[in-house]
Write a protein that binds this ligand. Structure first.
Ligand SMILES: [Zn+2]
Length: 242
């Protein structure tokens, strides 16, 4: 059994660091933050700060910092999963679990989407047309790198690539990249590709913006899959964390 990805995301987005840490330490309000004596190094004046707004904690004495989850891991000496279970219990969140088979299957899909994303990024690097499209819209190379933006060519290079690398077409259907095992193109051909990530930073699907004027719809997103539940993912949420 493993904790379902949507439950991990729920804890990360719903649980406030203040609610968790205040159960362990007496927190004193200072401005918009709270402080306490650091539990991780000896000190006489408090340098351990909790910011409910930023949803992080940081000690200016020993330099440690993190989230509610890392605090509980560190304080209680727990693993990531154990800390999640503890927090969920205390905050009254019901965790969903998935079996080991499904966990392994999800892992395979994440790896495959990562691989496909790398292919799209590589295609963007070698496509003057796609690069021109982005530069005309003032999308900087740093933005392209940060969001792992890619491009899917209109020709048959995707199918050639998956055949050359022996990638299982049924898996690609399951993660919503091709329509069927007979497909001659991926669903996103002729589009600029924006990977959609969950809160753990794993790619769960793609958004594609057409650069061909005749092509509709203008925007196309991956369908819902075993690992991509649209109600649980907001585009750019992972990148906007820092
Ligand atoms: Zn400290």
């Amino acid at each position: 059994m493993a904790i379902a990805p949507e439950s991990i995301d729920e804890i990360k987005s719903q649980v406030n660091v203040y609610d968790v840490i205040s159960q362990y330490l007496p927190l004193e309000k200072v401005g918009s933050s709270y402080r306490a004596l650091c539990p991780f190094h000896p000190e006489k004046t408090p340098s351990f700060y909790v910011s409910p707004q930023k949803n992080i904690w940081k000690c200016f004495g020993c330099g440690k910092s993190g989230s509610a989850i890392t605090f509980v891991m560190e304080y209680e000496g727990l693993s990531f999963s154990e800390a999640l279970i503890k927090i969920a219990e205390k905050q009254g969140i019901k965790l969903k679990f998935i079996g080991k088979d499904k966990f392994q299957e999800n892992k395979k899909y994440y790896q495959l989407l990562e691989l496909v994303s790398k292919f799209y990024q590589q295609q963007l690097r070698t496509s003057p047309k796609a690069r021109k499209y982005l530069s005309e819209r003032n999308i900087l190379p740093s933005t392209i790198d940060k969001f792992n933006i890619g491009y899917s060519p209109e020709d048959d290079s995707f199918i050639k690539w998956i055949e050359k690398n022996n990638i299982n077409k049924e898996d690609l259907v399951k993660i919503g990249v091709i329509s069927s095992v007979e497909s001659k193109k991926d669903k996103f051909s002729g589009r600029i590709i924006f990977p959609i990530k969950n809160l753990q930073g794993k790619i769960v699907g793609f958004g594609g913006r057409s650069i061909e004027p005749h092509k509709s719809p203008k925007y196309l997103n991956s369908p819902e899959t075993q690992i991509y539940k649209k109600s649980e993912i907001l585009y750019g949420l992972y990148e906007s964390k820092d």
